[in-house]
Design a protein. Structure first.
Lengths: 72, 189
């Protein structure tokens, strides 16, 4: 695998959407290529940052109770 | 509303996904009151159309599909409105920061406030925002995201790629505005 191939697969690697054989190919490349490895670390970090920033909102308790009363 | 124990059980199971629906509605509408209205309407519709849910399939994706379809119908009026998916070009924050001599993670990502990231997500066009919410925030697989959005998996992948490009551009702009990076005359966009 070369760098363009790795970059093309990086989104799916970060999202755990590659097949197991593709995962091995990417992993082997990342171990041998500091540039792609840095880029992977950055993309994975960015994905975690988006998740951690956006998933802290929860439905208000009063709203949850209101829905439960309406629906059940 | 539930008229049988089975309906009550269905409603209870559906309510286990409330936080995901609420977060999605909040990010789509950007308004807590509108988000609650949207989610309540989605749950009422889900119960009304309970028969169309196939047991064993992904209930969270099914509920999200109902909610986001209501969003497009009620809040956007027409699916053709506000669906600009203009590309920002191949803007890759990582490359740009490296070109400017910054350490992309330590110098930028670690210094961005959660509120700035949320704001950057909320500035994405809705069609991009919803795919980021599903895959990056809620952890949907591409297949489940495709089900929730009613599009092929390839469309999920292409929208996600473009959404991330736009998000990176937005975060770069925040980083420049807040002085985290100095910024420079952009060679791309």
């Amino acid at each position: 695998m070369n760098c363009p191939d790795c970059k093309e697969k990086l989104d799916r690697y970060v999202d755990r959407e590659l097949s197991s054989s593709e995962v091995v190919e990417v992993q082997l490349h990342l171990e041998a290529c500091p540039d792609c490895s840095d880029q992977y670390d950055f993309q994975a970090h960015l994905k975690r940052l988006v998740k951690n920033s956006c998933d802290c909102d929860h439905a208000p308790v009063a709203f949850r109770e209101k829905l439960r009363q309406i629906l059940t | 509303m539930a008229e049988s124990p089975a309906q009550t059980a269905f409603a209870e199971e559906a309510l286990t996904h409330l936080d995901t629906l609420y977060r999605g509605a909040l990010r789509l509408t950007r308004d807590p009151d509108q988000a609650q209205d949207l989610v309540q309407e989605a749950y009422l519709r889900a119960l009304r159309y309970q028969h169309s849910y196939q047991t064993g399939t992904n209930m969270k994706a099914w509920l999200f599909a109902i909610m986001r379809n209501l969003f497009w119908d009620r809040f956007k009026g027409s699916r053709k409105e506000d669906v600009s998916l203009d590309d920002v070009g191949e803007f890759v924050l990582y490359d740009k920061l490296r070109d400017e001599g910054a350490k992309p993670e330590a110098d930028v990502l670690d210094k961005l406030a959660a509120s700035e990231v949320v704001e950057a997500v909320e500035k994405l066009p809705p069609l991009h925002r919803e795919v980021v919410l599903l895959v990056d925030v809620e952890g949907f697989s591409y297949k489940d995201a495709a089900q929730a959005l009613g599009v092929p998996i390839g469309t999920v992948m292409s929208r996600l790629h473009r959404a991330r490009q736009q998000l990176q551009k937005g975060l770069y702009d925040y980083a420049v505005e807040s002085g985290i990076v100095r910024g420079s005359t952009s060679k791309q966009q």
